[in-house]
Design a protein around this ligand. Structure first.
Ligand code: GDP
Ligand code: MG
Length: 452
């Protein structure tokens, strides 16, 4: 999107205001990009109109380029559509608070029930789980396994051959609520059956459960990968049941999250949580700004670039690139210089977090959680403890020199060994890379993120 906008705005430079004429092309690009991210057509249309209204006549401030201004407007409008703070969870004043899980088969209801139980436990609650999916024998067994893995209580009840269908569902639900009350569980999560498509028996059963349990939350679980289908089924469920929130699952896949925007726009129900994997802890409260960045595919890259522009010594970076890519490669001394440069941009964690969460950057933001900032200080200390001769030629660093460096930097010989090994690998990698300055910088950052 960024790139497309950049092109669209090339001829806007030097003009004072954004006009109907010069914004047209940019809006067409934005429209395409949003549609590609599964945002509903009607949502896109009204959004583009609002962006146009806000953008036209805006003075092109000198601090921001027109591109950045329009990006900012689009960004703000998207967040507006998603709602600013909506991850709040409703608890009943009369426990147990009942959470009814709704959604199609395979959307992730059972998995999400377990994740939610785990999340609630961390918040000091005592959730109880119950499955009323009596149509597939394996479904209730699956929830039992999930409950065990997160250490949550589950009500299984007795199921006999004489009883089936909705009456059985209602009995289990009623018993579970009583059980939760008796055992002092303050939350009851009800995992329900799903169908491949929406049908009347399913809706009827859901309506009965709602009447019976008086849930505080009716969460619609939607597979983000299904895009527009998820929007349509959310709409149908909402009309029948009145959803209080949405959980978008499988956000760890290729889905870009446009469904979140559309569901919110169509139903008015806020997205409250995201599922980001199969494990119980792959679950997070929903932050509109993150998904907007994901939809726009750019992270906070604009901020990052701005900062780099300000702080980095271009001459030095180029010199480093030239050395790294040709001839003898870069020395540990060059490496230390470069590391100091990058440090000027902020902590490694903050840098990684600003990268987009799509394409080649996928996973880097998660890596950011585990970056050990102290590791950078240790690496620098080790290089500082080397003699200049050693820094310029790592091959002379023998065993006794390694012991001296470790002692001098307050690290261990193992750490020195590891640094030298990684340095040698990096040096080789760069020499093999050949060309492309920007690419090289990014790889260096990624590589440094992996150190230690
Ligand atoms: P249900 O039929 O609605 O109960 O769906 P399940 O909870 O059984 O999930 C269906 C499949 O989707 C299972 O294989 C889950 O492991 C998988 N799944 C659920 N949530 C996520 C998620 O957030 N990410 C990924 N990658 N897989 C998920
Ligand atoms: Mg299930």
């Amino acid at each position: 999107l960024q790139e497309k906008l950049q092109r669209a705005f090339k001829n806007l430079r030097g003009q004072g205001t954004i006009t109907d004429e010069n914004i047209g092309e940019a809006l067409r690009e934005i429209r395409l990009a949003l549609l590609e991210s599964d945002v509903n057509l009607n949502v896109v249309k009204s959004l583009i109109e609002r962006v146009r209204e806000r953008a036209i006549g805006t003075q092109v401030a000198t601090a921001l380029s027109p591109t950045e201004q329009v990006i900012k407007i689009v960004h703000d409008e998207l967040i507006e559509v998603l709602g600013r703070d909506n991850a709040r969870f409703k608890f009943s004043s009369q426990p147990p608070t009942v959470i009814l899980m709704a959604g199609l088969q395979g959307s992730g209801k059972t998995t999400t029930s377990g994740k939610l139980a785990s999340w609630l436990k961390k918040g000091g609650h005592r959730p109880m789980l119950v499955s009323v999916d009596v149509y597939r024998p394996a479904a209730r067994e699956q929830l039992a396994i999930v409950a065990k893995s997160v250490g949550a209580q589950i009500y299984t009840g007795k199921v006999s051959d004489e009883e089936a269908g909705t009456p059985l569902v209602e009995r289990l639900a009623r018993e579970a609520k009583r059980e939760a009350t008796n055992f002092g569980n303050d939350v009851l999560i009800v995992d329900t059956a799903g169908r491949l498509g929406i049908d009347e028996p399913l809706m009827d059963e859901m309506r009965k459960l709602k009447a019976l349990l008086n849930p505080s939350e009716i969460l619609f679980v939607a597979d983000a990968m299904t895009g527009q289908d998820a929007v349509n089924s959310a709409d149908a469920f909402h009309r029948e049941l009145g959803l209080t929130g949405v959980v978008l699952t499988k956000m760890d896949g290729d889905a870009r999250g446009g469904a979140a925007l559309s569901i919110r726009n169509v139903t008015g129900a806020p997205v409250k949580f995201l599922g980001t994997g199969e494990k119980p802890d792959a679950f997070e409260a929903f932050h509109p700004d993150r998904i907007v960045s994901r939809i726009m595919g750019m992270g906070d890259i604009a901020t990052l670039l701005e900062r780099a522009e300000e702080k980095l010594d271009r001459g030095k970076a180029e010199e480093f690139a030239k050395k790294a890519l040709t001839g003898d490669g870069f020395s540990l001394e060059d490496f230390r210089d470069q590391m100091r440069q990058i440090k000027k941009l902020g902590s490694m964690q903050s840098i990684l977090k600003m990268l987009p969460s799509v394409g080649p950057f996928q996973g880097l933001q998660q890596a950011a959680e585990h970056v050990d900032e102290g590791q950078f200080a240790r690496v620098e200390a080790m290089i500082n403890s080397m003699t200049k001769k050693e820094r310029l030629n790592h091959e002379i660093i023998s065993g006794s020199r390694r012991r001296r460096i470790a002692a001098g930097s307050g690290t261990s010989v193992q750490e020195v060994n590891q640094l030298l090994k990684q340095y040698a690998q990096m040096r080789k990698m760069f020499k093999g890379l050949g060309s492309g300055g920007g690419k090289m910088q990014r790889r260096l950052m990624a590589q440094m993120g992996n150190m230690g």
